[in-house]
Design a protein around this ligand. Sequence first.
Ligand code: MRU
Length: 342
Amino acid sequence: MTQHLHDKVRALEWGGDHLRLLDQRCLPEREVWLQLNTSGAVAEAIREMAVRGAPAIGIAAAYGAVLAAREAHGDRDRFMRLLAAMGEARPTAVNLEWALKRMRALIERPAPAEWADVLLLEAHAIHAADIAANRRMGELGSALIQSGGVLTHCNTGSLATGGYGTALGVIRSAWAANRIDRVYADETRPWLQGSRLTAWELVRDGIPVTVLCEGAAAGLMAAGKIDWVIVGADRIADNGDVANKIGTYGLAVLARHHGIRFMVVAPLSTVDRHTPSGKHIPIETRSGEEVLSCAGKPTAAEGSRAWNPVFDVTPAGLIDVIVTEAGIVENPAANGMKSLFA
Ligand code: MRU
């Protein structure tokens, strides 16, 4: 695989007869690689967020389907049940169902003995196409940036995709082209994808990064330090509404107030044309423990409760541009996503 400038990290690979994943729960402290031999283990890794980020979840599930084909021994119903179990692991990122749908369709023709081989070719193709899409989005998004500082949220980099990243791919690309001079990363409570993962990737790739609590973003914008907010997506509805990591909506409101442009970067596999608007996107709620504690230690008064929706929906009207590998959509509130599929 060709590695480009500022692009050393890979977190997901096929090990010949198993899936290897860099366990994102352990970063930045330890680099632990998991070896997954069953589709059930892949479903658990997705549910427990050893692998996370919309495109990475889809790619992991595609390799998981290869494992499911082996486990099913030619039993079509069993294969479908194993895929359904992976599909239920997390509800918001549409890339998961997108990848499983492609895998399901592929077993209709070949003999059962060939399923695993056919599915492995497809999983490799999905993986490679994701990296290629990220590079293309990197070019398209970077071309929109003149200079200055950017703020990103969550982790949208090599850890969250097949490699290179969506929003972080644009940032990598813009940094390499000298189009930005400061990168700020929200820490991203409660799971800390920004401080644990984005900062880890950027430091490894030689891109200076400044981490802030997301509560500090308003002050940073008011101080004139930010020219673009650049984020990824877990699902983009047909009208351009975007579900992404909790806190994204708040950033979009802040950006509009301060006259700062707001860019969403996501591959076509994240665009769900069957979901008419953000109202229809299922939002995952995770255990309150993630809010009430940090690294196993309580951070809230005993007896308090937590509300932990892990995504929110940013209305298309707050988004200046959506970048995909098929082109960009400016002013998605007026244009929706249909032009990309013409
Ligand atoms: O809960 P996570 O960490 O899976 O959430 C990830 C995000 O919200 C990302 O911004 C999104 O998946 C895009 S990743 C390229």
